[in-house]
Design a protein around this ligand. Structure first.
Ligand code: C5P
Length: 205
């Protein structure tokens, strides 16, 4: 069974994806981490995020950065979004994602283009979203502990510009697959969002 989960930043898709992976005893891949690792690699190599060739070279060193402490920062997320517009970068990361999805027994993957590009024939597709304000509040609460200079407004701006860039790019834009079920987590606590997600999975199976 392959479960494909897409949605914008801080929509709760990672939490739901991890819970579904536990529930169905499937391996889980957070594909955003791959793009984030390329972003950190670009930083380390002092590459220019507006040059496709620099971003592509950064892919070669991304593997060793998959547990780097900088992966989860807001700056890395923004840089990941910038370099993920490049078709060659996306191409360089496709095989690893498809290989992961092809494991015997199945897998859960989350990202922006899982149900549309990476595994369009997935058994289950969910598109998880929430309002930008709620997503910004969640991200702010999560990051402010280690980053007292952050403000809610900065995060909200960042989320909105990331949404725009991710959904308007030419290659594999963020969008709901036609056969995906929509789950809006704006007004749901974590437990309720997971419960709804399990119900949608059961419906699609
Ligand atoms: O999900 P996360 O916020 O970690 O992703 C960081 C960035 O990586 C996203 O804003 C998006 O631009 C990019 N990404 C992507 N395709 C994916 C996963 C992430 O373009 N499948």
């Amino acid at each position: 069974m392959i479960i494909a989960i897409d949605g914008p930043a801080a929509s709760g898709k990672g939490t739901v994806a991890r819970a579904l992976a536990r529930h169905y005893a499937l391996p889980y891949l957070d594909t955003g981490l791959l793009y984030r690792a390329v972003a950190v690699s670009l930083l380390d190599n002092q590459g220019d995020s507006s040059r496709e060739s620099d971003a592509l070279s950064a892919c070669d060193f991304a593997d060793s950065l998959l547990s780097d402490s900088r992966l989860r920062s807001e700056q890395t997320g923004k840089l990941a979004s910038e370099i993920s517009v490049f078709p060659k970068v996306r191409q360089a990361l496709i095989k690893r994602q498809r290989d992961f999805a092809a494991q015997t027994g199945g897998a859960v993957l989350d990202g922006r283009d899982i149900g549309t590009v990476i595994v369009p024939d997935a058994d289950v597709k969910l598109f998880i979203t929430a309002s930008p304000e709620i997503r910004a509040k969640r991200r702010y609460d999560e990051l402010v502990k280690n980053n007292p200079d952050l403000t809610y407004d900065i995060i909200l701006e960042d989320i909105k510009s990331r949404d725009l860039r991710d959904s308007s790019r030419k290659e594999a834009p963020l969008k709901q697959a036609e056969d995906a079920d929509l789950l809006d987590s704006s007004l749901l606590g974590i437990d309720m969002a997971i419960e709804r997600a399990v119900a949608l999975v059961e419906k699609q199976l």
